[in-house]
Design a protein around this ligand. Sequence first.
Ligand SMILES: [Zn+2]
Length: 262
Amino acid sequence: MKIYKSILFIIIVPFLIVLKAQPETWKREKHDGYKLFYTTQDSESKREYLLYIERGIDSVRKFFGSEFKKEFEIYVHPNRKSLDEQWRKDWNMPDFKSECWMVASGVASKLDMLSPLQWAKESCEHDYADKLKTQQIIAHELVHVFHGQLNVSPDFSDVTNLDWFVEGLATYASGQLDKVRISEISETISGNKAPNSLDNFWTGKLKYGFSGSIVMYIEQKYGRRKLIELLKFNKKDEILNSLNTTEMDLLNGWKKYFVKSN
Ligand SMILES: [Zn+2]
């Protein structure tokens, strides 16, 4: 009897260890232009996610006036642990721990997101029930995907002083630069509290407003076609050169535009 027990132990324990070490089992689904990966937890909500994804893809296509250049993958992570593990690996930052407001990321080849079912528990600032904002978050990440596919650094790992443009473009093109954000920016400019360098735009509480509004200003001044031409650059100076302007002039024009127009 004892020997049987030992044998059972020898068989079962390694089996359990292997089972525990297994990463999440991803279900995989092929769609037009992308593959969707998700886990059992999200099986029921998947249909709803697909609506957001399809609408997001459509809005990005319309904004830029062209198709995505390549297929990409979308991962709906079952929890923040899974998302953080992915980010640590992708960004080569073994100690990385995400902030609660970070729920998704996008590069040329893929979009990673925290399951919206976990947003209430594992994130701050985001409410899946707010359909407009949820749609804009998905569109925001899809803009990153589109942008990465045209950028010389597809995963944005080799971009210099460009947070304001990468995040600003995604904020603006996804519709996240709403009236509330625009009026916050106008007030900040009027109160002489606007940042004096583009490098500081994607920081602090108003980062979406600052970055999105400077990209909006570029479009207003130079046109959508010119804005799209900027997607390939990975350095701030290349963008300024292409616009034939200086950082100071761009910022002054931006300030005037938002103080005057609001
Ligand atoms: Zn972003």
